[in-house]
Ligand binder design. Structure first.
Ligand SMILES: Cc1ncc(COP(=O)(O)O)c(C=O)c1O
Length: 381
């Protein structure tokens, strides 16, 4: 028997709920992936590059054209000119970017501040590198950052803070004040930041995503981790990228080259060509705003309480005013009895704190959302 390095980790809730949804023929609003396909033109481009023979290893840090397109995107969105050769690395999904960034900075005994609820890959990445997760809860009910608590959690051992904006599962989008406060807290210490920005193009009601790289001090300390999967409806391609200053990128690449070395070649060429038209990523806010609005409008006919998400493609709902049932039990019961699968928010807390909330993914076709809302309007409690 192997003495497990991750004894607490079992099958993730996303796998459990997706299987439960399939077994019960329920509508799957649990796992975070689009229920629709990517654009045919992008598929055509992949076929074209496959046939043209772009089928061997890509350069370790990514195909040059794709890195150039990402540099262009950063210039368009944030007016920041990155050096594509030295500050941008293409990797196999944001999950790899997060792991490589954590591995680059965390040593045995280092403390890493995680803001909870937190995406499930953060803590294992820290633990596998000998780090110690230090959990700080986000404020209820809006899931803003409690900066007093973050300040109190910082010690001489703190090496890294992991943040996520727009946030999964809560949809909170960081403000300029959040960026300024974080910078103030770390400026005189050797603390790095991993910023998970996979939902960078999905914000609502005119709210702007503020990448941590837009703050001059944070930019020097931050690994910005992103995903092509969420932006172009291609989560199955597992492609992402990391933006970081030269010295951080150089350490990041040392890890990346021994984790995967490089990522899928024809897909990188296809994305590079697809991204020559910036509207293909800029339009995403509007695209998802319609879905969020439709979902929230329908939720008004259900017994749930909710505040519309500011970003990401998830909507939280709460039911504590109606029932004492645990969120896990309710998620399972709704899947089996009502036919709609969701994720209990307690799974995003290390101690399974139950705030009586569920997370629904609204990255689905409108008919699917309407059908799910119809089912959720039935008596649930
Ligand atoms: C917050 C967050 N970070 C990272 C990821 C992983 O992204 P990728 O599929 O590119 O590895 C996800 C996917 O659900 C996510 O929601």
């Amino acid at each position: 028997m192997i003495n497990s390095k991750l004894p607490q980790v079992g099958t993730t809730i996303f796998t459990v709920m997706s299987k439960l949804a399939a077994d019960n023929k329920a509508i799957n609003l649990s796992q975070g992936f689009p229920g629709f396909d990517c654009y045919p033109y992008l598929q055509d481009l992949v076929s074209e590059y496959l046939r043209k023979g772009f089928n061997q290893y890509a350069p370790m840090s990514g195909v040059e054209d794709l890195k150039n397109r990402l540099a262009e995107k950063t210039k368009i969105l944030y007016d920041i000119q990155l050096n594509a050769e030295e500050e941008i690395t293409v990797v196999s999904g944001a999950t790899e970017a997060l792991y490589a960034a954590v591995t680059a900075v965390v040593r045995n005994g280092d403390e890493v501040i995680l803001l909870e609820p937190a995406y499930d890959s953060y803590a294992p990445a820290v633990v596998l590198n000998g780090g110690v997760p230090v959990y700080v809860s986000l404020n209820l009910p809006d899931f803003s950052v409690d900066w007093g608590k973050v300040k109190a959690a910082i010690t001489d051992k703190t090496r890294l803070i992991m943040v996520n904006t727009p946030h999964n599962p809560c949809g909170y989008v960081w403000t300029q004040e959040d960026l300024n406060t974080l910078a103030e807290l770390i400026k005189d210490r050797e603390i790095y930041v991993v910023s998970d920005e996979v939902y960078e193009h999905i914000t609502f009601d005119g709210k702007k995503h503020l990448s941590l790289m837009t703050h001059s001090l944070l930019r020097e300390r931050t690994f910005v981790c992103c995903s092509f999967g969420k932006t172009f409806h291609i989560t199955g391609w597992k492609l992402g990228y990391c933006l970081a200053p030269k010295d951080l990128t150089s350490e990041f690449r040392k890890i990346h080259q021994f984790l995967t070395f490089s990522s899928c070649t024809p897909m990188q060429y296809a994305l590079a060509e697809y991204m020559t038209e910036p509207s293909r990523y800029i339009y995403l806010n509007e695209f998802y705003q319609k879905k969020r609005d439709l979902f929230c409008e329908g939720l008004k006919n259900t017994p749930f309480k909710f505040t519309p998400a500011q970003g990401s493609f998830f909507q939280l709902v709460s039911y504590g005013h109606l029932s004492e049932e645990s969120d896990y039990e309710l998620a399972v019961r709704l899947t089996k009895e009502i036919g709609v699968a969701s994720i209990p928010v307690s799974v995003f807390y290390h101690d399974q704190k139950d705030h009586k909330m569920l997370r629904f993914c609204f990255a689905k076709d409108e008919e699917v959302l309407e059908q799910a809302l119809g089912l959720l309007s039935r008596p649930l409690f």
